[in-house]
Every structure is written in C-alpha cells, then in structure tokens.
Design a protein around this ligand. Sequence first.
Ligand code: HEC
Length: 79
Amino acid sequence: MKNTLIFVIFVIAVVVFLFLLPRKEVPLIPANEAHLQTMTEQDCLKKCHEKGTKAPLSKKHPPKFACFKCHKTEKEEGR
Ligand code: HEC
C-alpha cells in the first residue's frame, strides 16, 4: 500500500516536471525564394544547413533530421 502511494506521488512529480520544462520556440521556415525551392529535407542540409555550407546549424541545434517535423513553413502557419 505504501509503495502504491510512493508510485503515485512519483508519477505526479514526473508529469509536473515535464509540464514545467521550457518549451523552445521552433523558428518557422522563411518564405523566401531559397526556401520555397527547397522541397526535401536532404536539400535543406545539402544546400545550406550542413557544416561547411553557408548557413550551418548551430552546435546546440536539436536532432538534425526530419526538419519538417519541427519546422513549419510560414504558409502552413497561415501568415
Ligand atoms: C526536434 C525538432 C527539430 C528538428 C528535427 C529540426 N529543428 Fe531546426 N530548430 C529547432 C529548434 C527548437 C530551434 C531553435 C534553436 C534555439 O533557439 O537554440 C531550431 C533552429 C533552427 C535554425 C535556426 C539557426 C540555428 O541553428 O539555431 C535553422 C536554420 C534550423 N533549425 C534548420 C533545421 C534543419 C535544416 C533541419 C533538418 C536537417 C532542422 N532544423 C531540424 C528544432 C528542430
């Protein structure tokens, strides 16, 4: 019985912790020419966002794949 109580408190603590985590703003993909012509995620990296290209991702950038999972275009956001 005591274990159940500890478990419940633990679960609540985890949920509260996750809720309080800072949610980072994911920047939108700008609607400029270069980006409008980029249709695949490989292109994002190959053309501009790989190390050694003109706009490499910062070291702190989260996972470097599936760009479109996180980054939406300005159009999709209705702007
Ligand atoms: C897990 C979600 C996620 C994925 C996947 C992702 N990004 Fe990001 N991206 C972010 C977040 C969050 C930021 C803001 C980072 C910050 O503020 O430090 C960001 C910032 C950026 C920036 C702004 C400059 C920089 O380096 O911080 C560019 C450019 C960028 N992402 C391009 C890409 C490309 C290209 C891909 C695919 C190869 C990609 N992102 C995949 C979440 C993601």
